[in-house]
Design a protein around this ligand. Structure first.
Ligand code: SF4
Length: 93
């Protein structure tokens, strides 16, 4: 059913004839860590995540697994910061 709270017109599983059944009665706005993610959508009520209703939960223990930003940098960082493999390679030669 289409949302009629903070994401008007968006099809949502939590929406019913009696209103939004999500925790608190609506989706929650993005958190600071979400800035730059392609899933952020701006609605008249604020900025919300396209894929998750409560973005703060996605960042409690680690990086959000749906995040589109910083992903490439993380992979490059891993390539640079792998001293164990670099050490093994240098020993093999
Ligand atoms: S996908 Fe993750 S990082 Fe991106 S806006 Fe949603 S909660 Fe935030």
């Amino acid at each position: 059913m289409d949302c009629n709270t903070v994401k008007p017109g968006v099809d949502c599983l939590f929406m019913s004839n009696s209103g939004c059944a999500y925790n608190g009665g609506s989706c929650h706005q993005i958190v600071e860590q979400c800035q730059g993610c392609n899933h952020v959508i701006t609605y008249p009520a604020g900025q919300y995540c396209r894929t998750y209703s409560d973005p703060s939960v996605k960042w409690i223990d680690a990086r959000c697994n749906f995040a589109t930003h910083n992903r490439i940098e993380t992979r490059e960082e891993r390539k640079k910061l792998n001293p164990l493999k670099a050490s093994k390679r240098s020993r093999g030669k």
